[in-house]
Write a protein that binds this ligand. Structure first.
Ligand SMILES: [Zn+2]
Length: 216
């Protein structure tokens, strides 16, 4: 059965508790100082200790007696419970601390790339736009996330064709762009050309109408 969280208990040896008379064995035996603990976990990885107790346990028969925590702690200098059991809860925090700045950095890089592409357009560039906000695109219901493909530049004016389809969600457009769907002219409306002054592209971007540029 698959379960993603739960609790468990385990024992870790913290050191020697010396030798003493074991009432079960009826003789003097070496005893271990044990930490008995319970822990809670998610996916066996994100984990923390919920309860601990200490015992002195006969190494021969397992007969044990509880040791008061204060007394036991004085004898333990290094916590014998595995680090992941105690500090596993740190894993998602550390992962986020590493990934969030990376994500912010790569998104900033991408925005700079878009700005560079818009400064120097090249025929073939694919612009991700809300086609409903583009005049004469033939799309009216906003949002209509689709593609404007730059086919030519003439005196500072871009000549574009649109995709035949548009999507309600940007993520769906992004997915099909990644698949290379709009490299196929069959998915472009090549009969209707739209002219947009290139200067207007940054205005469209500032308005949130133009959200991405793809260049092969
Ligand atoms: Zn014993």
């Amino acid at each position: 059965m698959l379960y993603i969280w739960g609790s468990g208990s385990d024992t870790a040896k913290a050191g020697s508790a010396g030798t003493r008379l074991c009432s079960i064995c009826g003789s003097v035996q070496p005893f271990d100082l044990l930490v008995n603990y319970r822990y809670f976990h998610f996916w066996h990885l994100i984990s923390w200790v919920t309860k601990r107790s200490y015992s002195a346990t006969c190494t021969r028969c397992g007969n044990g007696a509880e040791v008061p925590a204060i007394e036991a702690k004085q004898q333990i200098d290094k916590d014998p419970i595995p680090l992941l059991r105690r500090k596993g809860w740190l894993i998602p925090i550390v992962a986020l601390a590493i990934l969030l700045p990376l994500g912010a950095y790569s998104s900033q890089q991408h925005q700079q790339e878009i700005a560079a592409f818009l400064d120097a357009p090249v025929a073939g560039d694919l612009y991700s736009v809300d086609l409903a906000q583009v005049e004469d695109s033939g799309f009216e219901r906003s949002p209509s996330w689709g593609v404007l493909k730059l086919v030519a530049v003439d005196n500072g004016v871009g000549v574009f064709v649109t995709s035949k389809y548009a999507y309600d969600r940007k993520s769906d457009l992004k997915r099909d762009l990644r698949k290379g769907k709009f490299k196929d002219v069959a998915n472009l409306d090549s009969d209707d050309e739209i002219e947009i002054p290139l200067k207007q592209l940054s205005t469209l971007r500032e308005a949130g109408t133009l959200v991405d540029v793809t260049r092969e």
